[in-house]
Write a protein that binds this ligand. Structure first.
Ligand code: CP
Ligand code: NVA
Length: 312
């Protein structure tokens, strides 16, 4: 294994795998890397980072490939369907092959237990590039974007509207609480967050000065908020689109909702967006939207995360 230091290997499988101080370190490093884009080459050699996909991706695939190259490393992008993993080779055996050749393993897959199994068998860092339960790399990019447009994260309010039980909602709860934000999730009762994750986020918020709240009234949830966020109503691998659209339509991020937020509120969407469904075109493409900065920030946040995990 390449990671032969005495420090125990660290993985990034969910947002709370970084303490508040560690998350701040990674975001500080991301800001420094964004200012000096080609000046950080800790993976020169090059070290290889494997990036595996069990699901579709545009932003994650691009930002990891570009970022690993900018760190001086070599990105090895693997569509799992074309690998033996996709034919049922055990996750742990895949980890044993990879750990002797790569500096880190990045994986987008289905259940969280799959990235946990990979991490348990790997002596190199494993990074969650989206599971059914969490999307922690996205939240690092979102927090970087909030820093840039709102001057910081602590004490700011972030309201997420829509599917409150998906990966983005869960990661906003954990990652936002870690950053000291007041996170509000507005969703119908059938789409409320996993209570275990909500409780964990509340525990973190109690130590950072943040808070977490789940509401059913979207107008109450957006009142005075600094950050408005939403995500697709039908995540990859989910079905029941008709029920979801019918019950989530009152939570659409539209001009009416934006008007209730703080005057300088920003709009986030991890993308891909479905205009006319979870967000209207006028809001997504309007002056309060920072979604293209947000998409770019995947690059800077993940470069910082990889350097932090691999060279610590
Ligand atoms: N936001 C995000 O993860 O986008 P992709 O699915 O395109 O990677
Ligand atoms: N919740 C969405 C995010 C896509 C980046 C999904 O899992 O499909």
């Amino acid at each position: 294994p390449l990671n032969t230091t005495l420090t125990a290997v660290r993985h990034f499988l969910r947002d709370d795998d970084l303490s508040p101080a560690e998350q701040a370190q990674v975001l500080d490093l991301a800001e420094a890397m964004k200012k000096d884009r080609y000046g950080h080459r800790p993976f020169a050699g090059p070290m290889t980072v494997a990036v595996l996909f069990d699901k579709h991706s545009t932003r994650t695939r691009i930002s990891f490939a570009v970022g690993i190259a900018e760190l001086g490393g070599h990105p090895l992008i693997i569509d799992a369907a074309g690998s033996q993993l996709g034919r049922g080779e055990p996750i742990e055996d895949t980890a044993r092959v990879l750990e002797r050749q790569v500096a880190a393993i990045v994986w987008r897959t289905f259940g969280q237990e799959r990235v946990e199994a990979m991490a348990s068998a790997s002596s190199v860092p494993v990074v969650n590039a989206l599971t059914d339960e969490f999307h922690p790399c996205q939240i690092l990019a979102d927090l970087l974007t909030v820093r840039e447009h709102q001057g910081g994260t602590a004490g700011r309010t972030l309201t997420y509207l829509g599917d409150g039980a998906n990966n983005m909602a869960h990661s906003y709860l954990l990652g936002g609480a870690t950053a000291g934000m007041h996170v509000r999730i507005a969703a119908p009762a059938a789409h409320h967050p996993d209570p275990l994750i909500l409780n964990r986020a509340a525990g973190i918020a109690a130590t950072t000065g943040g808070s977490v709240t789940v509401l059913t009234d979207p107008a109450v949830a957006v009142a005075g908020t600094h950050v408005l966020a939403t995500d697709t109503w039908v995540s990859m691998g989910q079905d029941g689109k008709d029920e979801r659209v019918a019950s989530l339509m009152p939570y659409q991020l539209n001009a009416e909702m934006l008007a209730l937020a703080a005057p300088d509120a920003i709009v986030l969407h991890c993308l891909p967006a479905y205009r006319g469904m979870e967000i209207t075109a006028d809001v997504l493409d309007g002056p309060r939207s920072v979604v293209w900065d947000q998409a770019e920030n995947r690059l800077h946040a993940q470069k910082a995360l990889l350097q932090w995990l691999v060279t610590r």
